[in-house]
Each structure stands twice: as structure tokens, then as C-alpha cells.
Design a protein around this ligand. Structure first.
Ligand code: ZN
Length: 134
């Protein structure tokens, strides 16, 4: 029994992590959630600290990732129809923030410290297939 933990997924909100945790536990995988209390206290810091982490024992990593892939959800529009990439017609679209590089991360942190909503942060859709964002 190894005591090594592997982060297999990150979520913006602990509620999402709890749902996935339940799904993995149904398959007999022991799941640990990290940073959920921090995020619950102030959801705005979620992006800055990398979100709520879902961790499993190292020996469960492969199985956990298989399950995560099988339940991975792609973005839907308001009517539940999968979004289609305007560039390559793929439906593998993820909804994400643009806090992906160090510059926007610093801006994000500064905004939090200043007590204002981070204006630089916006949400966007990204195609997993061709990486086109819209
Ligand atoms: Zn695309």
C-alpha cells in the first residue's frame, strides 16, 4: 500500500469534486479532496490556487483516469445541445477561464487583494481538438 497520492482532476468548485468523488468511490476507489475548504471560503481564489484537487492513491491512478474520461462532459448550450467548434466542428468543447498564464494569474491575485472582481478574467470556450477559443 503506497502512501503516494496523485492529483487526477481539478475542479473550480468543491461541489463538482464531490460529485466525481462519489462516482469514483462507487467503483471502489478511495478519493481525497484537497483545498475544498479554501475554495468554499472564497470561490474567487479557486483559479489562483489551481482549484479543488481530486486525489487518489497512486495505484488507483489509471483506473480513476479511465472513469474520469468516460464521464467527462463537454460544454452544452442553453438547450443542452453540444457546442460545436466554429473552426473544426468538434464537440469537444471545454468551458474555462483564461487564467492560464502567469500574467493573468498575477492580475487575478492583484484584483482579489484590491477587493475588486478580476476584470481581466473572463470565461471562454476552448476546443480540445484544435485549441481554438471562442
Ligand atoms: Zn476545433
Amino acid at each position: 500500500m503506497s502512501n503516494t497520492f496523485i492529483t487526477v482532476a481539478r475542479y473550480q468548485y468543491s461541489s463538482e469534486a464531490q460529485i466525481i468523488k462519489g462516482r469514483l468511490e462507487a467503483d471502489g476507489i478511495e478519493v481525497f479532496i484537497a483545498d475544498n475548504h479554501t475554495v468554499d471560503t472564497d470561490p474567487l481564489v479557486s483559479n489562483a490556487i489551481g482549484g479543488v484537487k481530486l486525489k487518489v492513491h497512486a495505484q488507483d491512478e489509471v483506473k480513476a483516469k479511465e472513469i474520469l474520461n468516460s464521464i467527462k462532459e463537454y460544454s452544452l448550450d442553453d438547450e443542452g445541445i453540444p457546442l460545436v467548434c466554429p473552426n473544426c466542428q468538434s464537440t469537444k468543447i471545454h468551458y474555462m477561464t483564461n487564467v492560464t498564464d502567469i500574467k493573468s494569474l498575477m492580475s487575478f491575485i492583484v484584483s482579489i487583494i484590491a477587493g475588486v472582481l478580476p476584470l481581466y478574467t473572463k470565461y471562454e470556450h476552448r476546443c480540445e481538438n484544435c485549441k481554438y477559443t471562442f
